[in-house]
Design a protein around this ligand. Structure first.
Ligand code: SF4
Ligand code: SF4
Length: 449
């Protein structure tokens, strides 16, 4: 079977966060294949674990994908500070040989793993605003995705996730969990929460989704879950995530001093993109509801914000929320059917960019998670849940359609939901064997003997 078909059949999606179907992304011919091992979110350790323990599998998949897409250059990009990981990958490269794969050293800055930032670091080419790496001859795939592709090459579908479970837990660890495992079970495998009531960040502290206690207790692992960070229920990030729009506006009017630090440190602005959050804040603070601001070309640039959070969790001295305001504007543009219009230009990075990179540790400090930054996490806990609740919305594009019904007995790895014909999406397979007890937006499987 062709590699692309193996990837599609295994239901592989991008495991770096967005969940774009990998079979679709890699159906291309490119000059550069970049494997993203930056893992730039301050507390996540999953990709580093995979580099140390699964380097051979990652390198094998990278070589196979590089051949498939016809890449002249194949690089695995990782921080130069990851010495153990560097050694493990170098050792694995010795055996590969058929496609030259290079390791590319990155500084320890955030967001080194942002696709457009990474492409610039490696190739010195600027992906145009609202563009994709393919526009400059590159494709970027996350390192954990390569691990999943290696499984796909062995006929193993994507049903298990490696997840960093850290923060206010007793034993921070990597958990390998079937998709659909409850967050509670993952936290239990990390020794349990130190807090009676807590909030959870699904992902990293800069870009992850903050969940309150009740929501976290209902949450289950999806293909895109990369981190479960347990924090005090009243942590700064929890409070920030709950700021209502009205309060954001009042704060912007009262406190935005137009210092433009948010723009000066914005990673997309530093790539030369015309995104200037301080101008958006000026318009937002001046009044009017969001739909009334959409005629302003400066406001429309919110569409090219990557939601990295540098502006609000690091740059703004007044504690304002340009990232969240950009997200609201982008939603309104989508609702109103307003497309992003890119002017023709030669895109060049700001010459100051090199001096304005945000050190990852400072990002952790400003986000209030420095206490967990230096955790060495090198243990693996295997989850063996008795029940899984598998969402049919696991990826970018259309939700999968169930091909099982209540009462069916399924085995681990069996196809349980299929990508709708002709749509962007991915198949879903059972993470455990058992009996299907519910089919709604979720498929529930109980591991009965
Ligand atoms: S979140 Fe802020 S810093 Fe990041 S891209 Fe958007 S405007 Fe720029
Ligand atoms: S950094 Fe904060 S205060 Fe300064 S312009 Fe941006 S939003 Fe306003």
């Amino acid at each position: 079977m062709e590699l692309l078909e193996q990837i599609v059949r295994a239901g592989v999606v991008g495991l770096g966060g967005a969940g774009f179907p990998t079979g679709k992304k890699l159906d291309c011919r490119v000059e550069w294949l970049i494997v993203n091992g930056a893992e730039c979110e301050p507390l996540l350790r999953t990709d580093r674990y995979l580099m140390r323990h699964n380097a051979g599998r990652v390198v094998r998949a990278a070589g196979a994908v590089a051949r498939m897409v016809g890449a002249k250059h194949c690089v695995i990009a990782l921080k130069r500070a990851y010495t153990e990981e560097w050694k493990a990958l170098e050792a694995a490269l010795v055996g590969e040989g058929t496609v030259p794969i290079e390791l590319f050293p990155l500084d320890s800055f955030y967001p080194a793993g942002d696709e457009q930032v990474l492409v610039y670091e490696v190739t010195e080419r600027v992906v145009p605003p609202a563009g994709i790496p393919l526009d400059v001859g590159a494709v970027v795939s996350n390192l954990a995705t390569m691990n999943a592709i290696s499984d796909a090459m062995d006929g193993i579908p994507l049903t298990k996730k490696y997840i960093t479970v850290t923060g206010e837990v007793k034993r921070p660890t990597i958990v390998r969990a079937p998709v659909g495992t409850s967050f509670e079970e993952c936290i239990r495998l990390a020794g349990g929460s130190k807090e009676e009531r807590y909030c959870v960040i699904d992902g990293g502290p800069m870009m992850g989704k903050v969940m309150g206690y009740e929501e976290a207790r209902e949450a289950a692992v999806t293909k895109t879950t990369s981190g479960i960070i347990v924090l005090d229920e009243d942590h700064y990030l929890s409070v920030l995530s709950k700021t209502p729009v009205g309060r954001m506006k009042r704060l912007a009017s009262a406190a935005c001093i137009q210092c433009s630090y948010c723009t000066q440190l914005c990673p997309r602005n530093l790539l030369g993109h015309p995104l200037e959050p301080h101008k958006i804040m000026r318009r937002f603070a001046a009044g009017g509801d969001i739909p009334s601001l959409l005629d302003d070309p400066a406001v429309r640039q919110a569409a090219i914000c990557c939601q990295c959070g540098v502006c609000e969790q690091y740059a703004c001295p007044m504690g304002l929320t340009p990232r969240r305001i950009n997200a609201l504007i982008r939603d309104e543009m989508r609702k109103a059917g307003i497309p992003y219009e890119r002017r023709e230009a030669l895109w060049e990075a700001d010459p100051e960019r090199r001096n304005r990179k945000l050190p990852t540790k400072r990002a952790a400090a400003r986000s209030g998670v420095l206490d967990y930054y230096d955790f060495e996490i090198d243990t693996l806990a295997e989850a063996a849940p008795s029940t899984v609740r598998i969402s049919l919305r696991q990826n970018m594009g259309a939700p999968a359609q169930p091909v099982v019904q209540e009462g069916d007995r399924v085995r681990e790895g069996q196809l349980i939901a299929r990508c709708p014909e002709g749509k962007l999406g991915a198949d879903i397979h059972a993470g455990i064997g058992g009996v299907v007890t519910k089919v709604t937006d979720y498929i529930v499987i109980e591991a009965r003997g």
